[in-house]
Design a protein. Structure first.
Length: 253
């Protein structure tokens, strides 16, 4: 007996179509998960790049405005830079610097905390609090600049008594002063003056007092940022500063 034409196809070829192959469902799911993961990574990278760009833009702008007053500084933004830039306002900003310029004085360090900072138009700060530390070498330069008194060759601190001890004429004499605030400006009160370990003559004491008065008078007039306290520490002279509703525009006081 012979097979009939058009008989049943072999089991080996059932379930396939000419020129087409099917992809198993598990493989399709794995491929979809890989594409989704790649898309998520791309979005994260783009968002991170945008955040860095926004942080650099706002930080550079604020730092530039502050540079006119305190010299080189670093601005650290709190929270999301993108969100703050979109709102035009940052809740927290930190400003630091290790070589600040304060009037004639240079070489100070600053650590400022700014809150409620508007960045649209002219930057405005709702509240500023912080500390400015003037190290002893910067104090020596400042106290020795054109006072007409004895040349200051060094400064040491006495935190226990809240005084600064100035070495003059290479150690031939010492002058002890107490920092204080007068009308919002830093001033220095003479506590003691000695020459070769002995009390200085009255004429020398008078000349020192005049020099200290002249040095205090040269301090810039208080601006919107007020010095509220002066403390003598082992690091130098520390001023506590504060301001409320202050504008950091070009040329503003």
């Amino acid at each position: 007996m012979t097979a009939r034409p058009g008989g049943t196809a072999s089991p080996a070829v059932r379930g396939t179509s000419a020129g087409r192959t099917s992809v198993p469902a598990p493989r399709r799911r794995r491929r979809g998960r890989r594409l989704t993961a790649a898309a998520v990574v791309l979005v994260v990278l783009l968002a991170g790049t945008a955040e860095l760009l926004a942080r650099g833009l706002v930080g550079a702008r604020l730092s530039g405005r502050l540079r006119e007053r305190i010299g080189v500084n670093q601005v650290h933004l709190g929270g999301s830079a993108l969100l703050g830039l979109a709102r035009g306002r940052f809740g927290r900003v930190t400003v630091t610097g290790e070589d600040a310029r304060l009037g004639r004085l240079t070489g100070a360090s600053v650590d400022l905390r700014l809150t409620d900072v508007e960045v649209r138009g002219t930057p405005r700060v709702g509240r500023l609090r912080g500390r400015i530390t003037v190290p002893v070498d910067a104090l020596a330069r400042s106290l020795g600049q054109g006072t007409g008194g004895p040349a200051v060759s060094g400064v040491s601190t006495d935190p226990e008594h809240g005084t600064l001890v100035l070495s003059v004429r290479g150690g031939l004499g010492t002058v002890t002063v107490r920092p204080l605030l007068q009308d919002g400006r830093a001033a220095f009160e003479l506590v003691d003056a000695r020459v070769l370990g002995e009390p200085a003559p009255a004429g020398v004491v008078g000349a020192i007092e005049e020099a200290l008065h002249a040095q205090s008078a040269r301090q810039p007039a208080p601006g919107p940022v007020k010095v509220t306290a002066l403390d003598v520490t082992s690091a130098g002279l520390v001023g506590t500063v504060r301001a409320d509703d202050v504008t950091f525009g070009r040329g503003a006081d």
